[in-house]
Design a protein around this ligand. Structure first.
Ligand code: GSH
Length: 221
């Protein structure tokens, strides 16, 4: 059986969880902790997650490459790349994602400790804080305080996607790799305090999760 080595809070890992769920591929989960590069190497052979181990024992990293490979290895399952989205639509999604990238990570970094593998684990939080604060140039608390500013910087792009999924149901009329990327990457925004996402997006996230038979939000105790 295929094994997914992943973090519960990680947008890139969530993309792959959605892809596997939508394709109906049964898989083992190997949840990981955010303990740093040596630990990541020791559990997966890679410096970043997600990593998938295929039934033949080979391993692969990089979420979007994994999703393309799932199409190749499981041709009997519904496609996520070729056949589900055109090249120009996919380029459009990637350009959209590149536009929002800076604001997106500033917004979601303070929310991800709401996941069970991160916030309650002091060792994971120490690595996470250092990693995020050196990358994003502010403390998690500072980022959290300025969330309305970051959100304003990406609101138009969010509204564009909200309008599009309201028309098509998914990013295109059928579920595709675009929906795994958009939903995985934006899920942290669903955890923001005092920020109301466009209602079409909230409905869309529920539609994507239902199609993939999974939920991405943290489980609350
Ligand atoms: N481009 C990679 C990015 C994966 C990635 O950055 N994963 C993060 C977790 S969200 C990670 O493993 N980070 C390790 C680190 O920052 O040390 C993909 O799409 O899979």
């Amino acid at each position: 059986m295929l094994t997914l080595i992943h973090f519960d809070f990680c947008p890139f890992c969530q993309r792959v969880r959605l892809a596997l769920g939508y394709k109906g591929i049964v898989f083992n989960e190997q949840p990981a902790r955010f303990y740093g590069p040596e630990y990541f190497q020791s559990i997966s052979g890679f410096g970043r997650l997600p990593v998938v181990e295929y039934p033949d024992g080979s391993r692969q990293g990089e979420s979007l490459e994994i999703i393309a490979e799932l199409d190749r290895r499981f041709p009997e399952t519904p496609p996520l790349c070729r056949g589900a989205i055109s090249d120009s639509e996919w380029e459009g999604v990637q350009a959209w994602r590149a536009r929002i990238s800076d604001m997106l990570f500033r917004l979601i970094a303070p929310t991800l400790p709401q996941y069970a593998s991160l916030g309650p684990d002091p060792r994971a939080m120490t690595y996470y804080r250092n990693r995020m604060e050196s990358w994003l140039g502010d403390t998690l608390e500072g980022l959290q305080k300025r969330r309305k500013e970051w959100y304003a910087g990406m609101e138009v792009d969010l509204q564009d996607v909200a309008a599009r999924v309201a028309v098509h149901g998914f990013y295109t009329p059928m579920f595709s790799v675009a929906d795994t990327l958009i939903t995985g990457d934006l899920t942290g925004l669903r955890l923001l305090e005092d920020i109301q996402l466009p209602p079409e997006l909230t409905t869309y996230f529920a539609r994507v999760e239902a199609a993939a038979q999974t939920t991405l939000l943290p489980t609350r105790g």
